[in-house]
Design a protein. Structure first.
Length: 382
């Protein structure tokens, strides 16, 4: 039997329906982000940079791309003899099979994996958040308090607090109250959905929760309030860095734009807190044509720019034709903007095409961000 101090359970099965056309064919954690990355890269990189080399990835919705992308985990140095990435989809048993019914149920259905690894601690993560974090520091907080459960929290604007699970704590950082999306919050410390459990307690609690017919089998709604009511030692670990959940089109676009500028809110080039790794594609360098112009933008390998690009992200293998303009926009891998087209404040899905002379989107901030789904072709009059 294996023995690990801490293993990670990475929840990556979400459909991400609020991302609309971007997740009709792939799971949210597999959505391209930042030109050369996919959203799941950030959690996997955090694990590798934190020295957590055993990661179970729990998948569900349209998992093929995610499975093939993660592969052996070598892109994140998670394929050593002592550690590995394991893909954990729902599976059938002698009594049947079912989709994961909640975040806690997803981990419960994989208790066998946890018991096989036999860790002292289990780190629960979401595969659809963007941030850099040293999980080892969080684990040290957990040990210092002799905690049963540690929840990573961050301060949010008071007017935003009602959107989150809110933590109230004492002067020793012990959690005294947890309220899911309160109408009148008494704290602005929001749960990030990142947890460290003592493994024995987690297994015991999940088994009890699985037998509770009134439970939603969710960490925020059921597990944390239940442990708090039982008098367990719950503590918080405060995080003050960049963190985003790109769960909507507007937040996806806004966060993408935060990668740009001389002093970006989230600097992909800053390795001081750990490098963001990805499964590399062997592509030729990008090409800027003789009349091409690129200002304040990220332009990735394999892409061609013959027109004008301003304050945008041009992903791998994307194409911007002659006399075309792309501004305040994100072109996902393989997206194509043909000659004379104009794309403004828009997201073009993987393989999407904007035909010659077509206008998509608007710089008008009062209008919603335009979205073209994966593989969709937009011609004149559409």
């Amino acid at each position: 039997m294996s023995k690990r101090e801490c293993v990670a359970m990475l929840l990556a099965g979400g459909q991400g329906s609020r991302l609309g056309a971007l997740t009709q064919q792939i799971a949210k954690p597999a959505v391209s982000f930042g030109g050369k990355y996919r959203i799941i890269d950030f959690a996997l990189s955090n694990c590798a940079n934190s020295g957590i080399d055993t990661v179970g990835v729990l998948t569900q919705y349209r998992p093929y791309l995610l499975h093939s992308y993660i592969g052996s985990g070598s892109a994140w140095n998670l394929d050593s003899l002592d550690g590995a990435v394991s893909i954990l989809p729902p599976y059938a048993t002698q009594t049947g099979g079912a989709w994961y019914e909640g975040t806690a149920d997803a981990v419960y259905q994989n208790i066998g994996y946890i018991e096989e690894m036999d860790p002292k601690y289990v780190l629960i993560l979401s595969g659809d958040q963007l941030y850099r974090m040293d999980y080892h520091e969080m684990l040290e907080t957990h040990k210092r308090h002799d905690a049963d459960l540690t929840v990573s929290v961050m301060p949010v604007a008071w007017e935003e607090a009602s959107r989150f699970g809110i933590i109230t704590k004492d002067d020793d950082d012990r959690i005294t109250k947890f309220t899911e999306k309160p109408s009148k919050p008494d704290s602005n410390l929001a749960s990030m959905g990142i947890y460290i459990f003592n493994a024995d307690l987690l297994v015991e609690t999940l088994r009890e929760d699985a037998n509770d017919k009134n439970s939603d089998h969710d960490f925020g709604k059921d597990i944390i309030p239940g442990l708090l009511a039982a008098g367990k030692r719950l503590y918080c670990h405060e995080f003050n860095g960049f963190w985003r959940d790109v769960g909507t089109i507007s937040s996806y676009h806004e966060t993408s734009m935060e990668l740009l500028g001389d002093n970006p809110a989230f600097d992909l080039f800053d390795d001081s807190e750990g490098r963001i790794m990805s499964n590399p594609s062997t592509r030729p360098p990008h090409y800027i044509g003789p009349n091409g112009s690129v200002v304040d933008s990220l332009v990735c390998n394999g892409s061609t720019v013959l027109g004008t690009v301003r304050h945008s992200i041009i992903s791998t293998d994307a194409y911007v034709g002659a006399r075309a303009t792309v501004e305040d926009s994100v072109l996902l891998p393989g997206a194509c903007v043909k000659e004379g087209a104009h794309v403004a404040r828009a997201i073009l899905g993987e393989g999407a095409v904007v035909e010659e002379g077509v206008n998509v989107g608007s710089v008008d901030m009062t209008k919603d961000t335009a979205v073209i789904g994966n593989g969709v072709v937009v011609g004149k009059g559409e």
